[in-house]
Design a protein around this ligand. Sequence first.
Ligand code: URA
Ligand code: URA
Length: 345
Amino acid sequence: MDGRELLRRYLEQRRELGESEFVLDNLSVEDALKALGVRNAAALGTSAGESAAARTPSANPARSAAEAAAQGGDWREALRAMGAGRDAAPTAAKNPAAADSPSAATPSSTDAAPPPAKVPRLEMPAPVAGAAIPHENAPPGLVVGSPMGELLDGPLAHLGSLDDIAAAVKACTQCGLYAGAKNPVPGEGNPKAQFVCVGEAPGATEDETGRPFVGAAGQLLTKILAAVNLPREDVFICNVLKHRPPGNRNPAPEEVKACSPFLLRQLELLQPRVILALGTFAAQTLLQTTTPIGKLRGQVHRFHGIPLIVTYHPAALLRNPSWKRPTWEDVQLARRIFDSAASGA
Ligand code: URA
Ligand code: URA
């Protein structure tokens, strides 16, 4: 069993666990290996000659180690032992057509190590040259506010905790939305979260439950976060508006004006390492711009000093799967910023 096959099986397991929508459609072998913790995957690679030898039974100690690890269910260790990923890049070179469209990966693309017949062939699109945005190279974007601290005299400065904010949201009658809503949806998550997701406004399921992002789009968001090793419980998730606009209509400017102090105070208390703005509305509201989302993504904006990354709204991904790949890149970028802030870089 070679590294690619181990990877396929691992991804198949994750697909069976319900993660297919996001993970399988978007992950390149390289990215998967990185997600699996294989550092410097390319450098781990073996030459073609060695890989042929590795397929001969008992030829290779790494292979035995990998099989032992795989039997034990430790796919990470198995992949590491195999140095998987050595043939990830050539797929892109041989199949340039696939680069233009995430759905264009073809089963017929020439592959140095085709999987044995019984293993389902999972289609992983070839990496797009230059599409991954190393955070060092992501251009700086818009700057809103001065570095952190400026918010500190906002109108809600007396609210000392996220719970206080939630209570204030519950009592809020500043705009008319509370009257038609079933529940306030102030936001939820880890009060010490360093990664914050900001959406638009509660939808029907959120209004029913009082929780953000729990409907179909929310479930996809949870999977997207899991794909970069961010359990939902570790992050904080909220919206610009805290009550549902009737029929999911677009938020009105006066509603945003009335509600945004809550969001600002949440961000001020959390002081996250990174903000992920989900969709046009959150992005344009936070960044105070009318620039389209396609232009705002791929840059590192600053919101009162906090790095802010823009990506498509998960509901938009459900309608337009071709946005999954850019979203995957954006979320990885946000994750890298999160990691580099953690290491003080
Ligand atoms: N869409 C949003 O923008 N927010 C939610 O909480 C749910 C759906
Ligand atoms: N329109 C939206 O509201 N959000 C997106 O992410 C894309 C288009």
